[in-house]
Design a protein around this ligand. Structure first.
Ligand code: ADP
Ligand code: MG
Length: 349
């Protein structure tokens, strides 16, 4: 679905993975730790650079955005095009582009289709900088597009993805360390069937609670649970307790992966879910039921909600072959593998 193009224009194929967070949710904006992996579901943009407008067709939405450059306003229609407009605006100077977006990442499911889109767009229209700059640009674009004050979990996972490895991310230090995924562990993602409607406002509220806690006790990532006795508000104390205990679970889960201890890894995932459900209160009844159901399957080591919460996907760690058909639970499910980073290929037309 592209208009006639000038054959002198550069042909571009940009690919960016989605991600699944194995453990460590709602820790990125608190300067904590997380252990995601880029996955073999992603966004692909194919098209031609050149001209003075940005024209992109989304196969998922079956709509086309056409904007003259430079783009002055990110609040455009169709709504999905706001992500594209925000990236183009953040990059300031970019050539025009004419192409198509396709995605195998389920949209709005907590597998980071939005960061995958932002990063694929940036690479397609000629981003020229370091991976760290690309991640930061995508984070700013997400805020400009939809006002979500997101951390860097999604963008780091997409930009620093490593084949066969999870990524231990320390958001305070902005350090990323690949951790080999053991052969005895299979990762399955199952969609709960619940769309994440409340996600935007509740996310900002949780983030504010963590900021409030850290204004009292300091950096949550270097606090202990005992330090929280200084926080009088019980709800804020529980939110902070999730972040503190989750960071420790990320470290323990990394050791479990390194020691190929799938049982310990699964137990930590289960504990992470409990903390997200009870202390951080970002799960839903349906997600809890699905997690409980999945844990009963022989060979399943652990299951938890993944991503910001309020619906979306559940991630499962199991023995290879324990779940033959990931679509059998809700109709939508995937066996995922740790994949490499976003990349772009330029082909002279
Ligand atoms: P998640 O990142 O967990 O998938 P978000 O709500 O953050 O969920 O982002 C989903 C939004 O990203 C979609 O509603 C759409 O606006 C945009 N998006 C993602 N992939 C595509 C795509 N292939 N085409 C158009 N828009 C997309
Ligand atoms: Mg997103």
């Amino acid at each position: 679905m592209t208009a006639a193009v000038n054959p002198a224009m550069t042909r571009v194929v940009a690919r960016a993975p989605g991600r699944v967070n194995l453990i460590g949710d709602h820790t990125d904006y608190a300067g904590g730790l997380a252990l995601p992996m880029a996955i073999d579901l992603g966004t692909t943009i194919i098209g031609h650079r050149g001209g003075d407008q940005l024209r992109l067709h989304s196969e998922q939405f079956r709509t086309t955005m056409i904007e003259a450059l430079p783009i002055m306003d990110t609040q455009i229609e169709p709504t999905w095009a706001r992500y594209v407009a925000a990236v183009a605006t953040e990059m300031r100077v970019s050539p025009g582009f004419d192409g198509t977006i396709t995605s195998t990442v389920p949209l709005g499911a907590g597998l980071s289709s939005s960061a995958s889109l932002e990063i694929a767009v940036a690479l397609a229209i000629g981003f020229d900088g370091t991976p760290m700059e690309l991640a930061l640009l995508a984070q700013r674009s997400e805020f400009a597009a939809v006002g979500v004050p997101c951390g860097l979990l999604d963008q780091f996972s997409c930009v620093f993805g490593c084949d066969g490895h999870a990524l231990l991310i320390d958001f305070n230090a902005s350090s990323i360390e690949p951790v080999p995924m053991p052969e005895n562990l299979e990762i399955i993602v199952v969609h709960s069937g619940i769309e994440r409607t409340l996600a935007g406002s509740a996310y900002a509220e949780r983030r504010a609670a963590c900021e409030m806690a850290s204004s009292i006790v300091g950096d949550l990532a270097s606090c202990s649970v005992d330090d929280l006795s200084a926080v009088s508000d019980r709800v804020i104390r529980r939110r902070a307790r999730h972040v503190i205990t989750e960071c420790q679970r990320v470290l323990d889960a990394t050791s479990a992966l390194r020691g190929e201890d799938a049982i310990a890894f699964g137990a930590l995932m289960n504990e992470s879910h409990r903390s997200l459900r009870d202390d951080f209160e970002v799960s839903t009844h349906e997600v809890d039921e699905l997690v409980g159901h999945l844990r009963l399957i022989p060979g399943v080591h652990g299951a938890r909600m993944t991503g910001a919460g309020f619906g979306g996907c559940v991630v499962v760690a199991c023995e290879p072959g324990a779940i033959v058909d990931p679509t059998s639970f809700t109709g939508r499910g995937w066996k995922v593998r740790a994949s490499g980073p976003a990349r772009v290929e330029l082909l002279e037309a």
